[in-house]
Design a protein around this ligand. Structure first.
Ligand SMILES: [Zn+2]
Length: 467
């Protein structure tokens, strides 16, 4: 709102309420969504890591989001095209979205609220806005009167005069001012999803009011963070402020607005008409979730992010490096020396990492520090200069920080070294002839030398690495 960095201070102690605009469920989840939700995932994880108690709320738009060209309801239009019920369409794409959420290792929001489950809250809020004098009814539809809300434009920094000058030719002629926006839309019975209201027999909510009604229900009149992609700042978020503050008369509705940047494909805007529209599942066929997450985190969240194979390849290699480093750490515990070599350097880099994250989520800088830790560990392993505590600190730090971005890929199951296999065979011979002292000595040798614990079970010999 102030267009400058501020010290983050939640409204109440260490609790953070964050609302992020959810998907409109009429099509597959695409790479732009992947960027947006990966960023907010890291934000939520980092707040929790920093000791905040976070409630993460997202809405799901299953009605009322109108197309820019014809002003049709997006979900209804798709349903008509595919000859299905709108809720069937909505459920199908929501299911697809949640699969993407899980594949990308995004946290599911604590509350996922569908607009169609909150019609009562929405109509109540529209009534309050009318009563408070900020909305009017024309031909059964309800519009927010922008001229009555003096602060309109305070988020996007567009003043009403500019708004008027830049107004597009409007499809809807009922509105007094082109920038007034619809709160409740009167519909014909052809619109499958509809509800009766004080203003008409059959209608449905506008897109903007859904978010506000949902946030007010779960968070109350004020909350800490509202997130979404930058293209939602105007008019969507501007409208949200107007609706909420016109309802509660409490300012500010949201303490911090956070907007994530655009996504481009090879330098071009992603769009269906350009034929470069990439669904997340398409991208996952060529790239692992960890690679996508690292690629996303490598660009500062407010800058445009470009999808191109070169950058993806860089990310893939880095993910692999993290995996190999974690394996190397595990393998080297038994070769550790007593003297501590690089724990202090890691502690310093840890602090620099956290400083970068605390500076408006500067993830590219934080990742630079993260990979300095990775290099440091590898260099010291190469030179045989490490203690157990060095390795432990390095391992914990890599896991801890890596998980903020979900870039740790599964460490492949390790194979038992051949020498250990031979020792186990020898041990078996001693056991068979009853020389348990010799068998135990070999078991101790395996543990000491290789960090492997051999266990005799009913199913035969089992082994595991020393933790
Ligand atoms: Zn929204």
């Amino acid at each position: 709102m102030t267009k400058k960095k501020e010290v983050f201070k939640p409204l109440k102690g260490k609790t953070v309420k964050i609302f992020v605009c959810g998907v409109t469920v009429y099509d597959y989840t695409h790479l732009g969504h992947a960027r947006t939700y990966s960023f907010y995932d890291t934000l939520v994880r980092f707040l929790r890591y920093s000791g905040y108690k976070v409630t993460y709320l997202q809405n799901v738009t299953d009605v009322g989001h109108l197309t820019e060209d014809t002003g049709e309801d997006k979900v209804e239009r798709k349903a008509k095209q595919e000859k299905k019920h709108p809720l069937e369409i909505a459920n199908f794409y929501l299911e697809n979205h949640l699969q993407v959420v899980d594949r990308l290792k995004l946290l599911r929001p604590d509350i996922l609220a569908k607009a169609t489950d909150h019609i009562k809250e929405i109509t109540e809020q529209v009534e309050t806005i009318i009563q408070n004098g900020y909305a009017y009814v024309v031909n059964g539809s309800v519009y927010f009167d922008v001229s009555k809300f003096r602060d309109y434009g305070k988020l996007s920094k567009k003043i009403p005069k500019e708004l008027k000058a830049g107004a597009r030719v409007e499809i809807n002629v009922d509105k007094t001012d082109p920038h007034d926006f619809v709160l409740w839309i009167k519909a014909t019975l052809e619109h499958v999803l509809g509800w009766s209201s004080p203003w008409n027999e059959w209608g449905y909510p506008g897109w903007h009011i859904e978010d506000t009604a949902i946030a007010l229900k779960y968070f109350g009149s004020q909350y800490d963070i509202h997130g979404g992609a930058i293209e939602l700042a105007f008019p969507h978020h501007e409208a949200e402020i107007a609706q909420a503050e016109a309802t509660t008369k409490i300012k500010p509705y949201v303490k911090y607005w956070v907007h994530s940047g655009l996504l481009t494909i090879n330098g071009q805007k992603m769009s269906k008409s350009l034929g470069n529209f990439i669904r997340v599942f398409d991208a996952l066929e060529n790239h692992s979730p960890e690679t996508l997450r690292l690629w996303i985190a490598s660009t500062y969240y407010r800058k445009p992010l470009d999808y191109n194979e070169k950058d993806l390849e860089v990310a893939r290699k880095k993910v692999e490096k993290v995996r190999i480093t974690l394996e190397r750490i595990k393998e080297n515990y038994t070769k550790a020396r007593r003297k501590e070599y690089f724990s202090d350097s890691i502690k310093k880099l840890k602090k620099e990492f956290l400083d970068a994250m605390n500076d408006d989520l500067n993830t590219p800088l934080a990742l630079t520090k993260f990979f300095e830790i990775i290099s440091l560990v590898n260099k010291n392993i190469d030179n045989n200069k490490f203690s157990k505590s060095d390795l432990k600190l390095a391992e914990d730090t890599v896991l801890e920080f890596g998980n903020l971005f979900q870039i740790i890929s599964e460490v492949k199951k390790k194979e038992m070294p051949k020498e250990v296999m031979d020792l186990i065979k020898r041990r078996e011979i001693f056991r068979k002839i009853g020389n348990f002292a010799a068998a135990d000595a070999i078991r101790d040798e395996i543990k000491e030398k290789y960090g492997i614990i051999v266990e005799d079970t009913k199913e035969g010999i089992k082994w595991k690495f020393v933790e």
